[in-house]
Ligand binder design. Structure first.
Ligand code: ATP
Length: 362
C-alpha cells in the first residue's frame, strides 16, 4: 500500500476546524480501501504560536516540511495580529520558500448549490483560475519613508520577471491543453499598466506558439469581472497576475455559491518541494469554534492534493462523495442557507466513501 507523508497546518480561526475535518476524510479514504495511506504530522503554527514565540512559524520550519509529499493548510489570520504579519509570516513564507509559483483555483457550481447567477446553468460555470504566486504585486518590494509626517511616502512595487511570467503562462497553457475545451484567457491590464503587463502580452503570444491546439484570448481585468458575470460560458482556463487573480478568484468563489466551497493548490510544478493545498477562505473569526464552518473547500483541496500525488482514482472518489453530500440540502452549512454542522458534513462525506466501498464489494 502506498504511504504518503502529509503535513497539516490548521493555522488560525476555522482552519483549526476544517483541517482536522480534511484529515478525517483522508483517513476515511484509507479505511474505504483506496489502497493508500497517510502519515500525518501536524504543525501548530499561526497566531497562537506568534503570541508565544514572536513569529508565525519557526526559523527552520521549512526544513520540517521539506520531506513531506504535500501540505494541507487551513488559514493564517488573527484578529489581534496585523494581517501583513500573519500572511507574510506563514502562508507566503511557505509559498515563496518552496517556490510554489502556480496557484490553481478550480470553480464549479456543485450539485445542489444555488449560485447567485440567475441566468447561468450550473454547467456554464466551470473554470480554473491560475494565479501567479511568486512575484508581481505581492513581491514585497517597496518601502515607507518619513512615517507619520505629511511628506510620508510609500511604495509597493509590482515586480515581474520574464522567467516568472513565462513559467506561469507555460503552466497555464499546459493546463488549458489538458482540459476538454482547450481554452485559455490571459488577463492583464496592459492598457493602463504599460510596462510589465505589456511584457505579459508579449510573452503570452510567444508561449502560445508552442500550444497550437489551445484557443486563447486576452481580456483586461476590469472587463473580465463583467464577463465572468454576464458570459461565464465563454471562459474555461484563466491566467492572471498575483493581485488580479486574487480578486477574480474571490468573485469566482462567490459566483459558485460560497467562499466556503472553493479550494486552491499552491503548486511547485517542477516538484522540487511539497505543494500546499488549502480552502481559499480565511480565518472567519465571526463563526470560529461554533461548528458552523463549511468544510467542503478543504475537502475539495484534498481532492486537488490527491490529484497532485497522481492518485486520480482516490481523488475522484472524494469528489463524488463531496458531490453526493452537496446535492442534499439537509447537509448544507449555514453559508449555503442550511443548518448542518461541520461535523455532520464531515461524517456524511466519510459515510459516502464507506458506502462507495460497500457498493464496490456488492
Ligand atoms: P481573513 O482576513 O483571514 O481572510 P476574512 O474574515 O476577511 O478572513 P474570510 O475568513 O474568508 O475572510 O470570511 C469572509 C466571510 O465568509 C465571513 O463572514 C465568514 O464567516 C464566511 N466564511 C468564510 N469561510 C467560510 C466557511 N468555510 N464556512 C462558512 N462561512 C465561511
Amino acid at each position: 500500500m502506498k504511504t504518503y507523508k502529509i503535513a497539516t497546518i490548521p493555522g488560525d480561526g476555522i482552519g483549526k476546524e476544517v483541517v482536522p475535518a480534511g484529515r478525517e476524510v483522508m483517513e476515511a479514504l484509507t479505511t474505504a480501501g483506496a489502497g493508500l495511506r497517510f502519515e500525518f504530522e501536524n504543525f501548530g503554527w499561526g497566531g497562537d504560536y506568534y503570541r508565544q514565540h514572536g513569529m508565525m512559524m519557526p526559523e527552520d520550519g521549512l526544513d520540517a516540511l521539506r520531506g513531506k509529499d504535500a501540505i494541507l493548510f487551513g488559514s493564517a489570520g488573527d484578529n489581534q495580529i496585523p494581517d501583513h504579519i500573519t500572511l507574510w509570516g506563514l502562508r507566503l513564507k511557505i509559498c515563496q520558500g518552496f517556490d510554489q509559483y502556480a496557484n490553481v483555483r478550480p470553480t464549479r457550481i456543485l450539485p445542489g448549490i444555488d449560485g447567485p447567477l440567475k441566468r447561468c446553468a450550473a454547467e456554464d460555470l466551470n473554470w480554473i483560475i491560475v494565479r501567479e504566486n511568486s512575484e508581481g504585486e505581492y513581491s514585497g518590494v517597496g518601502g515607507r519613508v518619513h512615517q507619520g509626517h505629511p511628506i510620508e511616502a510609500a511604495t509597493d512595487v509590482s515586480m515581474m520577471t520574464r522567467v516568472g511570467v513565462e513559467r506561469i503562462l507555460r503552466f497555464a497553457f499546459k493546463l488549458a491543453q489538458s482540459r476538454p475545451r482547450k481554452l485559455l484567457t490571459v488577463i492583464t491590464k496592459s492598457n493602463a499598466q504599460r510596462h510589465a503587463m505589456v511584457m505579459w502580452d508579449e510573452v503570452a503570444l510567444q508561449v502560445s506558439k508552442d500550444f497550437p491546439d489551445v484557443t486563447w484570448d486576452k481580456e483586461l481585468v476590469d472587463a473580465a469581472t463583467a464577463r465572468m458575470v454576464n458570459r461565464p460560458k465563454t471562459l474555461d482556463t484563466i491566467v492572471a497576475t498575483n493581485l488580479h487573480a486574487d480578486i477574480l478568484s474571490d468573485l469566482a468563489a462567490a459566483l459558485a455559491g460560497s467562499l466556503g466551497i472553493a479550494p486552491t493548490g499552491n503548486i511547485d510544478p517542477e516538484r522540487r518541494y511539497p505543494s500546499m493545498f488549502e480552502p481559499i477562505h480565511g480565518s472567519a473569526f465571526d463563526i470560529m469554534g461554533r461548528g458552523l464552518a463549511n468544510p467542503v473547500g478543504t475537502f475539495w483541496s484534498v481532492v486537488m492534493l490527491l490529484e497532485h500525488l497522481g492518485e486520480q482514482q482516490a481523488a475522484q472518489r472524494v469528489m463524488s462523495a463531496i458531490e453526493a453530500v452537496t446535492a442534499n440540502p439537509a447537509l448544507h452549512t449555514r453559508d449555503l442557507g442550511g443548518t448542518a454542522t461541520t461535523a455532520e458534513v464531515t461524517k456524511a462525506v466519510c459515510d459516502q466513501l464507506a458506502a462507495g466501498r460497500q457498493a464496490e464489494a456488492a
